[in-house]
Design a protein around this ligand. Structure first.
Ligand code: AMP
Ligand code: MG
Length: 416
């Protein structure tokens, strides 16, 4: 018998372009309170209905003045201005500021009309009705202008962006109460394998393996706000998998099948997928390591992802293949993983040319530089996963990197 081969191999780039192009956003919109919106993808462009900060705001404690009234002021020849009034935070000034007048103003308070700068208290002296200014100020000095932050009509949230804490700040500042978002995607997960048992099974044989993948996926995706249901365990049995898949396709927007994604005689993910909808399997085998035995199908418009059972491969494939699919499905525009920075390698790492490699690393800081200590090991698999801060990504066209080289770093669990 000849060696079995993956027949529909793809690079990760092809997955991101060719497969993801076939994944259509669900486009199911609901209106929710801003209070609930963190982590949702916005379904609308939201323009600012006012400027921010909305009024000319003093950045210091001091005197609001007309800058030209302070021209040439110095310690020996101060500009002498009339004390006009005081402006407290949260209060509108009593009246406009006249020529040669100075109004005491607190940090964060609103400049009176007519004033165009603020002199810091340190450069002034008050003598009853008079204020001596010992240093000139330029127009705009110590002032945060009314539309410096946001201009009326400017988009503060755009359609397809995932709402983060910064968007919340803007929406609350602008008094926005509700917004349209895309509904969260619902994911069904089927675990396969004759050896796989529930993690809390009491009467387990030592030769059986606890299902850590689907439970970890559930916890992780929930933390990102997705809806996820573990459909259950499936034997290595094509008929049973076909039925479970067909059934869960009725209830979920995307399906994950864990295990059985390779090309062995007991691997049924591909065949069950091809029986369950059109066009069926698009790619089988991705030129990445770990994570190569990944199956990508599109069954009657629904993405179905077969992930490898090995927990390390599973994790990397879930992070770099499954997550972008779910993000695009939810209508997010920027759905591809982004490195959070470049890190310096503490040791050499080798990789096989022709495959992208993801190497688990631990980060540390030395000499004002972030370093990555590779944790790769054939044996310490799941334990390394727990120790890792994330992974570095090695392009397919190299045979490794040397200590001191730089590589892209991606967190595995936190963030997007
Ligand atoms: P498979 O991808 O089905 O060939 O499985 C590869 C390896 O991953 C085997 O050693 C399985 O026992 C293990 N494995 C499969 N499914 C799971 C799971 N849900 N949780 C933990 N390990 C698994
Ligand atoms: Mg298996």
């Amino acid at each position: 018998m000849g060696e079995m081969r993956f027949l529909k191999l793809a690079t990760l780039q092809q997955v991101y372009s060719e497969y993801l192009r076939l994944v259509n956003p669900l486009d199911r919109v609901e209106q929710i309170s801003v209070l609930e919106s963190l982590g949702f993808v916005s379904a609308e462009d939201i323009p600012a209905r006012q400027d921010l900060p909305g009024f000319n705001k003093s950045l210091v404690d001091g005197y609001a003045v007309r800058a030209k009234d302070t021209t040439g002021a110095s310690t020996s020849f101060p500009a002498v201005l009339h004390f006009a009034f005081e402006v407290k935070v949260g209060e509108e000034p009593k009246r406009p500021l006249g020529q040669n007048e100075a109004a005491w103003i607190a940090t964060g308070a609103m400049l009176p009309i007519g004033a165009d700068a603020v002199v810091m208290a340190e450069h002034t002296q008050r003598f009853g009705e008079y204020v001596e200014v010992m240093k000139p100020v330029a127009v705009g000095e110590n002032v945060f202008k009314k539309d410096d932050d946001v201009k009326l009509g400017q988009l503060i949230v755009t359609k397809g962006v995932r709402i983060g804490p910064g968007h919340l700040q803007l929406m609350f500042q602008l008094g926005i109460q509700r917004l349209k978002v895309f509904r969260r995607v619902s994911v069904g997960v089927i675990s396969t394998g004759d050896e796989i048992v529930e993690p809390f099974e009491q009467n387990k044989s030592i030769a059986q393996v606890r299902d850590s993948n689907s439970y970890t996926l559930e916890c992780w995706l929930k933390s990102l706000g997705f809806r996820i249901e573990r459909v259950g365990l499936c034997r290595d049995d094509e008929e049973m998998l076909f039925k479970m898949l067909k059934d869960s396709m009725k209830n979920h927007d995307a399906i994950v099948i864990v295990g059985g994604s390779s090309i062995g005689t007991r691997d049924f993910t591909e065949s069950a997928m091809n029986r369950s909808g059109k066009p069926g399997v698009i790619f089988h085998g991705i030129l990445m390591q770990p994570g190569k035995p990944t199956v990508l199908g599109l069954l009657d418009g629904k993405p179905v992802v077969g992930l490898p059972g090995n927990p390390v491969s599973f994790t990397v494939s879930a992070r770099f293949v499954l997550l972008p699919i779910l993000r695009k499905l939810e209508g997010e525009i920027d759905f591809l993983p982004k490195p959070v920075g470049m890190v310096k390698l503490a040791r050499n790492v080798s990789s096989r040319q022709g495959r992208e490699h993801f190497v688990r690393v631990r980060l540390f800081v030395r000499d004002a530089q972030v370093w990555a200590e590779p944790l790769e090991s054939e044996t310490a698999q799941v334990s390394n996963l727990a120790m890792a801060d994330g992974v570095i990504r090695l392009p397919a066209n190299i045979e490794g990197l040397y200590a001191g080289d730089f590589a892209e770093f991606y967190p595995l669990w936190s963030g997007w």
